[in-house]
Design a protein around this ligand. Structure first.
Ligand code: NAD
Ligand code: GLY
Length: 364
């Protein structure tokens, strides 16, 4: 088992990565305020893993209230949040009940937001089961839901007490979902870890073949990067650098997800196409060479990811991007690359270059 810590003073917590962790109740028990959990999952993950987890919990004397939601990004909304709150109230869960998220980023974000808001906040544990959620969404405490006008527009920062990433769960993940998660893995290399980017270039085929050892290494390195960034800027308030850099490709990507309708493009797919737009814009600003952009493109393709977005039209992209959470006083701040492994936040990209980068990386 690999063990990392996200250092946030009194709110620090462990991130455990390895095979067989799903039923490691001994790791969970010390974090429970009472022997009572509400387990939030969905109709795809529950049939695969719920029984095993509930069995292990009950054997240890922990009462479980399962809450099973419909599956999909389209359900990351108020209705699902309300279903969780209803179930918690119906089961008379109190402030000592721990909410446990068992699933991908959609379940983690929803269950985390429910934990942040139920009775003004109850403890929360993440058991992420997709690559994307193991390398990104389960770590760092961003929780929330989508709004028809924009991705992740409603939410709260609410840190988990523990993240348990069972790498065995990835064996049942569809290939398209593995690719989606790989977009966030590649992101860490691009924004701040060139040696990791080179390691990914050397190992992408093994990773995509679901080699457990390689995946565990990639998850650990990704989480270590994320933990360092979040520890330094938990609430994304740093003006330069900081947590916002984790959003490489996301302003363009969120426009794709919202513009296409939630669930049409997977989050990582949209991030991959958005990253190509950010790379192309960085090239236009003279920061990346054409060879750098080609290197990013080649890696995305080897990870089974799209390298161009849908043709929403430049003006629709710009309209959707104007809702981004990084917009301050009407100014669009984008995460761009000064070089591979070196991201910056930039507010002054000329609109003509932004438009040209979108145009160059969207399918006609
Ligand atoms: P997801 O939660 O929709 O999961 C993808 C699919 O895989 C779903 O159908 C799910 O049911 C299924 N699944 C999950 N685990 C499985 C398993 N082990 N075997 C088989 N199928 C499995 O998507 P995701 O990619 O995990 O997460 C995307 C979400 O995460 C987006 O909503 C995104 O906005 C959010 N996100 C949040 C953060 C954050 O910091 N909070 C960061 C990145 C992304
Ligand atoms: N996924 C971006 C962040 O956690 O800040």
């Amino acid at each position: 088992m690999r063990r990392l810590t996200l250092s946030l003073g009194a709110h620090s917590y462990p991130i455990l990565i390895g095979g067989g962790l799903l039923t490691a109740v001994d790791q969970i028990q010390p974090f429970l305020r009472s022997p009572r959990i509400a387990l939030v999952s969905n109709t795809t993950v529950a049939p695969l893993y719920l029984e095993r987890l509930v069995g292990a919990m009950e054997k240890a004397g922990i009462g479980v209230t399962p809450i099973i939601l419909p599956d999909g990004e389209a359900y990351k909304n108020w209705e699902s949040l309300n279903l969780i709150h209803d179930a918690l109230l119906a089961a008379r869960c109190d402030r000592s009940t721990t909410i446990v998220a068992l699933g991908g980023g959609v379940i983690g974000d929803l269950a985390g937001f429910a934990a942040a808001t139920y009775q003004r906040g109850v403890p929360f544990i993440q058991i992420p089961t997709t690559l994307l959620s193991q390398v990104d969404s389960s770590v760092g405490g961003k929780t929330g839901i989508n709004h028809p006008r924009g991705k992740n527009m409603i939410g709260a920062f609410w840190q988990p007490k523990l993240v348990l990433a069972d790498t065995d769960a990835l064996q049942s993940l569809p290939a398209r979902e593995l690719s989606s998660g790989m977009a966030e893995v590649i992101k860490y290399g691009l924004i701040r870890d060139l040696p990791f980017l080179e390691w990914l270039e050397a190992n992408m085929e093994g990773l995509m073949a679901c080699d457990g050892q390689l995946l565990a290494q990639a998850i650990e390195r990704s989480c270590a990067n994320k933990a360092e960034v979040v520890a330094a800027d938990e609430f994304e308030t740093a003006k330069e650098g900081g947590r916002a850099l984790l959003n490489l490709g996301h302003t363009f990507g969120h426009a794709i997800e919202t513009g296409m309708g939630y669930g049409e493009w997977l989050h990582g797919e949209a991030v991959a196409a958005g990253t190509m737009m950010a790379a192309e814009l960085s090239r236009r600003l003279g920061w990346l060479s054409a060879a750098d952009v080609e290197r990013v493109r080649a890696l995305m393709l080897r990870a089974g990811l799209p390298v161009s977005g849908p043709d929403l039209g430049v003006s629709r992209y710009l309209e959707l991007m104007s809702h981004d959470k990084k917009v301050i006083a009407g100014s669009l701040r984008l995460i761009l690359l000064k070089g591979l492994g070196q991201a910056v936040i930039h507010a002054d990209a000329p609109s003509a270059d932004i438009a040209a980068a979108i145009e160059a990386c969207s399918r006609a």
